[in-house]
Design a protein around this ligand. Sequence first.
Ligand SMILES: [Fe+2]
Length: 444
Amino acid sequence: MNERLPAAFLKALRRLVRQVGLFPVGHPLTDEAIASATDAAGDLVGDDGEVVLTVLDNAYYHNRALLPHTSLEYHVLMREMQARGVESVKLIRPVSSQDLLDLAAFIGALSDDLPADGTVLLNEVFLTASDVTSSSMEGLRASYRGSLDALRVVTGTMASQGTFELTGVIEAVEGLFETSVSHGNASLLLSTVKSHDEYTFFHSVNTCILSLAVGRLVGVDKEHLVPVGVGAVLHDIGKVAVSTAVLNYPGHLSDEQWKEITIHPQEGALAIMSAGGPGHEIAATVAFEHHARYDGSGYPRVTRDGRPHVFSRVVSISDTYDAITTRRSYRRAETPHRALQVLLSNAGSHYDPDLVRLFIRMMGLYPPGSILRVDDGSVVVVTAPSVELGAPLETLLVRDRGGSDVDPEPFEVQPDRVLGQLLPQTAGLDPASLLERLAEVEGQ
Ligand SMILES: [Fe+2]
């Protein structure tokens, strides 16, 4: 299942909901949002003539197919839809711009008028739990959602009051910890969820998931690992004190701007210390040291044998890996393979070399979800970490040598036949959903 088209529509719809709340029709930004929502709806409906998007049990469904990652990424929009009683949206070709505008105004609670052109129908189709296959990953997603929510709350209170409570984040990280114990490597798949619009939230939760996985490999017990996870979720909370203009500045930072950025570890650690609660010292240490490097460079300078704490070193690697594999406003996303290369080439200087080796062993040379181009022209998605060097890679064949999409089937690839790696957006593939479907089939 490719989530790309429904995700693009929900993204455009979310933007339109925000936009109509800000500026009336006729404002260039609002008109642009209407146009892109209309385009996205047209692409989604395609040749089928009509589609139904349903919200059921905190997840989106495209007709009857679960949209696992989209459900996380557009969860806030889902809440707004639920609050307005919108359980399903049927789109009929050609979807009218006016109907989409009415839909957005309705969801945004700006108007009680329903779309009237007959191309957007609300609550006409209802799915029930028995219509759809339940997902064994739902527990994982619930933990992910819980962590995003906890972080949103903490960020909000930190911004408005300069302080926050740690309880919600601790509970959320405990949830992530439990699911990482029960689901093992599958929990790592969840860290392939990215959001360009809510980068900091998703990035922080991914950093936590990766840190918990590394911590478990190293043998850190739950009592210590949960606070490490809390520190990972909150590692950039101090950025609330940094202006957005500086945070998103694409060019070379001035000394003044750089100084402003480099206060965020201290700010975060101070806030965590004053929040208190179980394990808060560990969480504060992690936030304080996440930019400190293994060789003592980086910021702030740490005095303990010149090296950051081992917990901070774990989080620093996870933070770097997820940041590199995520698209930002000032640079494109890199492949997982490239991110591992960056870690490796800085092992011993920026990063703890033992932990880098462990991390690479955990993720495999081509981490699950990597999209590879094979020498005969076919395209495959890696399904399991490649444990042994030179051993065949376990993959799903998704595109044949002629370039046509095929029903995914298991396929072994010798590593020396790999020509290169593709990014999901350039390949037009959604590896995380493919892998989740595989997990479902194997779980049955
Ligand atoms: Fe940071």
